[in-house]
Write a protein that binds this ligand. Structure first.
Ligand code: AMP
Length: 287
């Protein structure tokens, strides 16, 4: 595996691969890699000649009171996992190369960025959109791989790729879970033993809401009540930021589910913010 730290160099390397008609698959991450990340890598390896993974804890997507400084970092462990997985290039840029002094350009996907997580994390998706466009321009992938775990992120990235005519295929991969259903996440490392147990309420709630929908409950207020009831029954859940059903394209909460919907949850357990989601389809497919 080649380790590259300088954007100009990886850009040059990618251009050489493209000139030789090699397809580049790209997996952007913030590191502290788990099986969820590695599933994206495996998908990229299956579909491309060259797989590039980036590890960059992007300061621009963290709010002032968020966990940028204490976000877990494990470059040694990550490098070993990526070597094992057969990654071709690891891109590991410094903040100063990604955002030189005086950088003033941002990418903003309006409206979608203000909903769900965006409402509670102002500026977060502007930071995500900006870094993703920069990374895409540096790496020049044909395909880029993202997890469904961050559903809103995938909607925003698909939108910006389309509207900025970037011509990159955005591939969304299923959420990988621990045995008890908790979605794998680098932030799970923050949880104490009790909090880790309590966190399983998120998956249980999604499963319950999803079977309610399959059993014909399509009024979103009712679905929300079921979800809130379950989440609030767990004493370690400190704050439920949102839990409801949303349109998978607009991320707006409808009155009733017609066809496909996103069941999504964001909450705080102790000081840790966790998110998860599931896509459901009504029995009649919305007809
Ligand atoms: P992160 O390092 O948290 O920025 O995540 C990098 C990529 O891995 C994003 O596209 C995430 O959606 C994806 N990812 C994170 N957790 C999971 C998971 N449990 N299953 C599948 N993909 C994931």
């Amino acid at each position: 595996m080649e380790l590259i730290r300088i954007p100009r160099i990886i850009h040059q390397t990618s251009r050489e691969h493209l000139l030789r008609s090699k397809s580049i698959g790209f997996v952007p991450t913030m590191g502290t890699l788990h099986e969820g990340h590695l599933s994206l890598v495996r998908m990229s390896k299956k579909e491309n000649d060259v797989t590039v993974v980036s590890i960059f804890v992007n300061p621009k997507q963290f709010g002032p009171s968020e966990d940028f400084c204490k976000y877990p970092r494990d470059i040694g462990g990550d490098t070993a996992k990526l070597e094992d997985a057969g990654v071709d290039i690891l891109f590991l840029p410094d903040d100063s190369l990604m955002y030189p002094e005086g950088s003033s350009t941002h990418v903003e996907v309006e409206e979608l960025s203000d909903r769900l997580c965006g409402f509670f994390r102002p500026g977060h998706f502007r930071g995500v959109a900006t870094v993703v466009v920069k990374l895409f321009n540096i790496v020049i992938p044909v395909r880029a791989y993202f997890g469904q775990k961050d559903f809103q992120q995938t909607v925003i990235i698909k939108r910006l790729v389309k509207e900025l005519d970037m011509g990159i295929d955005v591939v969304v991969c299923p959420t990988l879970r621990e045995e008890d259903g908790l979605a794998m996440s680098s932030r799970n490392l923050y949880l104490s033993v009790e909090e880790r147990k309590a966190a399983t309420v998120i998956y249980r709630t999604l499963v319950e809401a999803s079977s309610a929908v399959k059993n014909g409950i399509i009024e979103v207020e009712k679905i929300k009540d079921i979800m809130l009831g379950m989440l609030r029954s767990e004493p370690l859940v400190k704050e439920v930021q949102y839990c409801s059903a949303f349109d998978t394209g607009t991320l707006i909460e409808p009155e009733r589910i017609k066809g496909e919907a996103l069941l999504a949850i964001a909450l705080q357990i102790g000081n840790t913010r966790l998110i998860d989601n599931m896509v459901v389809t009504t029995e009649n497919g919305g007809r």
